[in-house]
Structure formats: structure tokens, C-alpha cells
Design a protein around this ligand. Structure first.
Ligand code: URA
Length: 436
């Protein structure tokens, strides 16, 4: 076996690494036998000297094999997994999974924590008192068999190498690398056992891929690496130039609950709902339960409107020790920011809103940071909406007054209200794989 210092030096010098190197790195990361400083050095070298496509396939396989793989053969078909590349306010999983399960799809999913300014489903679910985000492989399969959904974070059993590398990438500025994102996502998908995956590739200022060209590149790699490893990956590239509704862990669970329960929704929440229906439509199509994505959209909408998705979400939360009706943590300080002029919202910078929420305590600056689930920002008016003087634009939730003031100043710089009407940008920017 080579020394870890040699593995780092080869990466630094751009020497193509063999599969065995990735097995050594992945098992060392998973077992804790390679110290964080060496893993972080290798990650930075990999960020600067990106892995080739073949190396990415090899790293993905090695990371997936760092733990167990779920065997879904005993579960009712079809099986579909859904994953997002990460965005600001992206709580779509909390709504899409119950829609799919209520439509007869078995969803077994591994999710991650927040990464950089982007939130993670595990952090969101942990804002629900009692919610267990660490299921064993056996528990996942048993639960999915019983109710059609099981969701867990990376664990010592499933893709443990990703758990170690993911948290280091979060705090070493090595997130935005296509090969590292691809191996992180697809190693979890391989370990999760579903062969059909719907990938929501986020594009815009609040995503790792800020432009369509890069988002298409990431999509293309996800499809190619997936294919090489026996996965059928369907990609939708979605807009992340503005936040997807509320941002902050408990606030996002509340917004998801609102959508699932069919309450009246404000324009910001309506936009989240629409994206969820589009993604669910893609997934139902990928599952073979309808002829195309628009038929899938209709099915998904029916599922939401008849309350079937709500019932499924309630069963899911209960199965993992939580409750969909649970009282969620609230921050002691709130401030509503209102429009000081009339016009149309033409920009809300997702990256800035994401940073505000991290600074409020809703994300991590260093690996050991403990997240405050109660803090965040509600975004009331999406881009394209007309506003009048006095209309609420944002509500800030903070644990202290200093945080409120700092957030206020930064948020005011993140939004533009213009005099002329402007349309709302499309939610899905591209989803025809053949065009990549
Ligand atoms: N989601 C993941 O699981 N991993 C990444 O690297 C980015 C988004």
C-alpha cells in the first residue's frame, strides 16, 4: 500500500490515480485511519487538479463500497430516488418523496447535511423533535416496505466515506468541483440501492453551478458516471438564482408542511410547490407510472390535492420518531423587512440570502458547528412579483438583536425592485438529456 502522502503528491501533480488509490482513500476516510488534515489536503489537490471521468467513476465506486449497500429486491417496484445538487431553501425532498410514495413508488433515500450556503435535508429534518435521521440498513428496508419511504443520513454503514469527505469539503472550500460532487451524490445513490434516480441540478447564484453551461456539464457527468455504474439518472436543471422560498431549517419544514396540507400559499410558497410538482412528474415518468412528465405532473397534483401526500408524509415522520404536526423551534427575535417603493421584484440574490442564514447560525462555518434550527429568512415575494410600499419582502428570524440588524443590512442589498414589470423566470431551465 502507498503512503497517504504519496496519494496527495500524485493528485497535486495531476498524475492519474488508479482505482486502488481511491479504495485506500475511501476506506481510510470511512474508518478514520487517515487524519482530516491529509484528507483535506487531498481534497484541495483534487479541487485544483480535477479527477478525470474514469477516476470519478472509480472514486464513486470506492466510496459506495466503503460501507454496505441496501438490497431493495424484496421491496415493491418501482424504486426511485431523488437528489438535489444543493440550493438555498431547497426543501423539495420533503414534499416530493411523500407524493411519490403515495403514488406507489418506493423511495429509499440517503441525504446529506448542509454544505456551504446550501442546506441539507438531514439538518432540516433534525429540526423536528424526535426525528431519527440515522436508520440502519435493516430499518430502512423494513420501513420502506411498510410505508414506501425511508430516509437516512450517511451512517457508519452506508457510504461512510462520503460522510467524512462531505463534512471536510464543507469547510475547506472544496465543494464546487464536478468530480467531487458527482462521486458524493452517486456513491450515496449506489449505496441506497435504487437504480432510477431523478437529479435536480441546481443552477444560479445559490448553487455550486452558477451558470447553465456548468450545470449542463455537471448533469452530463452525473449521467455518464451513473451509466457506467448501472444507474439510470434523469436530470432536471432548475433555477437557483433566487432562494426557493423560506431558508432556515425549521422554517423550511414549516413551509413544506404548508404545501403538503394544502393551506393557502403565498407566492413564494407557490413557487416551491410548483417545482415539487414538476420534479414529482419527472420521477413518476421515470418510474414508468405515466407516459410523460406532464401526465406525471397531473398525477402528482392530484396526490397533493386529495391529501394523500399529506397522509404519507405524516406516516413517514411518525415512522422515524417525529410528527408532521410537531411544534418546531422558533427564534426569539423577528423582523419584517418591507418594500419602500412600488414596482416588481427583479432580483433576489440566493447566494446572499444563503450567507445571511449561515451567519444567523443556520449553517456551519466549521465542521464542529452546531446548527440553530430556529433561525432563517422567509422570502415572501419571488422574482416577477408586483410589490407596493409596505409589502413584506422578508421576515428575519434570529437568536439575537445584533443578528437581526446584520441580516437586515445584507438582505436589503440582495433584492432589487424595479419600476417596469418583469416576468418570473422558469423553474426548470433544461431537462432534455439529449441536449447536453
Ligand atoms: N449533494 C451531495 O450529496 N453531495 C455534494 O457534493 C453536493 C450535493
Amino acid at each position: 500500500m502507498r503512503t497517504v502522502a504519496n496519494l496527495i503528491a500524485d493528485r497535486r501533480d495531476g498524475i492519474v490515480q488508479p482505482y486502488d488509490d481511491f479504495v485506500q482513500l475511501s476506506s481510510g476516510a470511512a474508518g478514520g485511519t487517515i487524519p482530516d488534515y491529509q484528507l483535506a489536503a487531498w481534497l484541495m489537490a483534487a479541487y485544483l487538479k480535477p479527477l478525470t471521468l474514469q477516476e470519478t467513476i472509480d472514486l464513486t465506486r470506492a466510496m459506495a463500497e466503503s460501507g454496505d449497500k441496501l438490497d431493495l429486491r424484496a421491496l415493491p417496484l418501482p424504486h426511485v430516488d431523488k437528489h438535489s445538487t444543493g440550493g438555498v431553501g431547497d426543501k423539495a425532498t420533503l414534499i416530493v418523496l411523500p407524493i411519490l410514495a403515495a403514488s406507489g413508488v418506493t423511495c429509499v433515500k440517503m441525504s446529506g447535511r448542509g454544505l456551504g450556503i446550501t442546506g441539507g435535508t438531514i439538518d432540516k429534518l433534525e429540526s423536528v423533535p424526535g426525528f431519527n435521521t440515522s436508520l440502519s440498513p435493516l430499518q430502512m428496508v423494513e420501513q420502506a416496505n411498510r410505508i414506501g419511504i425511508a430516509l437516512s443520513g450517511q451512517s457508519p454503514a452506508l457510504a461512510p466515506a462520503d460522510k467524512a469527505l462531505y463534512s471536510l469539503r464543507d469547510v475547506t472550500q472544496t465543494v464546487g468541483s464536478v468530480p467531487l460532487i458527482v462521486s458524493s451524490i452517486l456513491s450515496k445513490k449506489l449505496a441506497g440501492g435504487s437504480k432510477t434516480i431523478v437529479l435536480d441540478v441546481k443552477c444560479g447564484s445559490g448553487a455550486f453551478m452558477t451558470g447553465l453551461k456548468e450545470a449542463r456539464l455537471l448533469s452530463n457527468w452525473l449521467i455518464q458516471v451513473g451509466q457506467a455504474l448501472g444507474l439510470d439518472c434523469r436530470v432536471a436543471i432548475s433555477d437557483m438564482d433566487q432562494p426557493l422560498g423560506a431558508v432556515g431549517n425549521a422554517l423550511e419544514v414549516r413551509q413544506a408542511r404548508k404545501i403538503l396540507s394544502g393551506e393557502w400559499v403565498d407566492p413564494g410558497t407557490a413557487r416551491v410547490r410548483e417545482l415539487c410538482l414538476l420534479l414529482a412528474g419527472e420521477a413518476l415518468w421515470a418510474a414508468g407510472l405515466c407516459g410523460d412528465a406532464s401526465e406525471g405532473y397531473g398525477k402528482a397534483q392530484e396526490c397533493l390535492e386529495t391529501g394523500l401526500a399529506f397522509k404519507k408524509a405524516s406516516a413517514w415522520f411518525a415512522a422515524q420518531g417525529g410528527s408532521l404536526d410537531a411544534e418546531l423551534p422558533t427564534a426569539p427575535n423577528m423582523m419584517v423587512l418591507r418594500a419602500t417603493c412600488s414596482g416588481w421584484v427583479s432580483r433576489i440574490e440566493a447566494e446572499t440570502v444563503g450567507r445571511v442564514v449561515v451567519n444567523l447560525g443556520g449553517g456551519r462555518m466549521v465542521k464542529s458547528d452546531v446548527i440553530d434550527p430556529s433561525v432563517g429568512v422567509e422570502v415572501h415575494r419571488p422574482v416577477g412579483e408586483k410589490v407596493s410600499v409596505g409589502d413584506a419582502l422578508f421576515t428575519i428570524h434570529s437568536r439575537d438583536l445584533a443578528g437581526l440588524e446584520e441580516a437586515r443590512k445584507t438582505l436589503l442589498s440582495s433584492i432589487v425592485v424595479q419600476e417596469q414589470p418583469c416576468g418570473s423566470p422558469p423553474l426548470i431551465l433544461d431537462h432534455d438529456v439529449s441536449t447536453f
